[in-house]
Structure formats: C-alpha cells, structure tokens
Design a protein. Structure first.
Length: 213
C-alpha cells in the first residue's frame, strides 16, 4: 500500500469510529470513501442505514453488507462522511473529481454532522482551479458562454443524475463571491465549492497520525 493510500485508510478508520448504532449515514464517493466502507462494514453496527452518493458507492457498500436505502425514503441524516480534492486552512473544500458533487452536497446539507476525510496531500494553502461543475444539457453552450473560462470535461460520463460534468478555470481569489456567482448562473446545477459552514470536522491523516483541521 502506498503512503497516500495508507493515509486514506487511517482517516477513513477514524471517521468510521464516529458512527454509532442505529444512525442514518451518508456515504460519499471516491477512493478515500472506499476505505471508509470497509472500515464501517468491519464494525458490524446494529441498525445503521446508509444512503450513497453514487452508484459505485452503493454497489460497493452492498457488497460489503451495509444496508443502503434510497434517499427518497429519508429526509435527514445523522452523519455524512466524504473525501475531498482540496481543503484549505479555513475548511473550504473543492469536490467533484468523480462528478458526484451535486449529490454529495445534498447529502452533506441533510446531515447533522458532515465529516471530511483526507490524506495530507489534499491540504492546500489556497484553493486553486479547476472547480468542478454539473450543468444542464439543455442550453449548454449558452451556460458555458455565461460562465466564461469553463469547459466540458473531456471523456467524463454524465453525473449520476444525467448532468454534464464541466470545470471552471477562472479566478478563484474570493471563494464566497465565486460560489455565489456560480450559484446564480441558470444552467448550473451545482458547483464543487463547499463552504466551511457545511463542514463539521475535517480529519487529515499524516502518516499514522489523524488530526482535526
């Protein structure tokens, strides 16, 4: 196992330890969450019910024996756990490398606690482009024109809900202002900037040590 994978595993194990019997758990998407699924399944907690943010996570969770339900059946979660592509000292996140950031944001917002897990390579001094986007297929060229500095991601499959995955490459100096601007563009379903207000705790692994950012 590489050092990066070892750190993902350590952060995931620390987050899995926060889950309690009977809780409703949101499961994110990506390689760090893959370690989370294994760690959570190994705990064999009674009454834990999960929702998944991607078909890949749902499939893997079921294979490990976790109970996964449709999010349509629930309106709140006790805890959600997910990885990140970037996290800065103020706990701004960039997510969406796997194209599931809309669902990930919905799940994070619905959870009483949103726990982010990461290896040390995901920590940054400042957030940098690109910022992932999910766009409506309808009027796509007009939406890209309005955004400016945005391109459809080469070879990317649609999001789990059929949206077009793109990336914003423009300035990211003021994250709050950029998030507000992206939110205001018709045709943008969601962007990959997650504000600190969404985040309960960030668990970062450096070697074997896991610390809270």
């Amino acid at each position: 196992m590489t050092d990066a994978e070892h750190e993902k595993q350590a952060a995931a194990a620390a987050a899995a330890a926060l889950v309690e019997p009977g809780q409703l758990v949101g499961l994110g998407t990506g390689s760090t969450v893959a370690h989370l699924l294994t760690a959570l399944a190994e705990r064999r907690l009674e009454g834990v019910r999960c929702v998944a943010t991607s078909p890949a996570t749902e499939r893997s969770a079921r294979e490990l024996g976790l109970q996964v339900e449709a999010f349509d059946d629930l309106d709140r979660l006790d805890i959600a756990i997910d990885g990140t592509d970037q996290v800065d000292p103020d706990r701004w996140l960039v997510k969406g490398g796997g194209g599931a950031h809309t669902r990930e944001k919905v799940v994070a917002t619905a959870a009483e606690r949103f726990i982010v897990i990461a290896g040390s390579d995901k920590t940054v001094d400042v957030i940098r482009a690109p910022i992932p986007l999910e766009l409506l297929a309808y009027g796509l060229r007009a939406t890209l024109r309005e955004l400016g500095d945005a391109t459809v991601r080469d070879g990317a499959p649609p999001s789990p809900d059929g949206g077009v995955i793109a990336d914003y490459h423009g300035p990211v100096d003021d994250l709050a202002a950029l998030a507000a601007r992206l939110d205001a563009v018709p045709g943008v379903i969601a962007h990959g900037l997650f504000a600190p207000e969404l985040v309960t705790e960030v668990l970062v692994a450096t070697g074997d040590q896991v610390t809270s950012l």
